[in-house]
Design a protein around this ligand. Structure first.
Ligand code: PRT
Ligand code: MG
Length: 213
């Protein structure tokens, strides 16, 4: 049995064509079904539907042999117990510092609101800049508008969300895409099945990259 942990929403949507090329077709759609474990056309392959931020944890503990998760989530998790054999090239975006177009000059430490506390800490530490980090769980764009923070660290794709809230991207931290992760023990114990799926997904990524979008 191979269980693939995947979040619903954009990663699931973009993952489906790759899984299909690799021969795995789910029997249900998580956006309409309430099932959390989806059967596929392969009797011994299931999809486990969980929150994006929980995918590395499920795979780390072997509750799923494989998972698909954003690099942003992996950078926060740390990647313990996981191999990261493939960049799937889907759900691409950038992790960025953003803030108001015209920022007041500060005579104190910058305050940064984010759900990406680890990545933010590492980024400013590498710059040698002392900042105060405020942990949020979502809607980071609101924080500078109501004086909770001077800047945010968040994912940016089109930039529409920032623009709609009068914010601009200021500094690029990392390019983000979704990765295939594999439980380290499963890679040994279920080597044949796991590596067959990893190879099939690798070929799927290459094929899809060769086709016009
Ligand atoms: O929604 P839920 O709380 O369950 O979890 P989640 O928000 O972590 O999941 P989801 O499905 O929204 O995102 C899952 C993954 O998609 C992330 O971990 C990223 O790896 C990837 N991804 C790619 C993105 C984006 N692009 C993205 N643009 N995740 C979020 N966004 C958000 C961003 O946070 C901001 O609010 O979209 C907004 C910006 O988009 P633009 O186009 O307006 O710039
Ligand atoms: Mg979301």
């Amino acid at each position: 049995m191979l269980r693939i942990a995947v979040s619903k929403g954009r990663i699931f949507r973009e993952c489906i064509p790759l899984l299909a090329r690799a021969g795995v077709v789910p029997r249900d759609d998580p956006d309409t079904s309430r099932k959390l474990i989806l059967d596929t056309n392969q009797a011994d392959v299931k999809l486990v539907i969980i929150r994006a931020a929980d995918v590395p944890t499920y795979v780390q503990y072997g509750a799923a042999e494989l998972g698909v998760t954003g690099k942003d989530v992996l950078m926060e998790h740390g990647g313990e117990g996981l191999y990261e054999p493939l960049d799937l090239g889907i759900a691409r975006c950038r992790l960025m510092v953003a803030g108001p177009r015209r920022a007041a000059r500060l005579h104190r430490r910058l305050r940064i609101a984010t759900k990406y506390v680890q990545s933010t800490r590492r980024y400013y530490a590498a710059l040698g800049q002392q900042v105060e980090i405020v942990k949020l769980y979502g809607s980071m764009e609101l924080a500078p508008l109501v004086g909770l923070a001077d800047r945010i660290v968040d994912l940016v794709d089109t930039g529409n969300t920032l623009r709609a809230n009068g914010l601009v991207p200021l500094e690029h931290i990392a390019d983000i895409s979704s990765r295939l992760v594999v439980n380290k023990a499963a890679m040994k114990m279920k080597h044949a099945a796991v590596s067959a799926l990893v190879d099939a997904l690798g070929r799927a990524v290459e094929e899809q990259a060769q086709e016009p979008a």
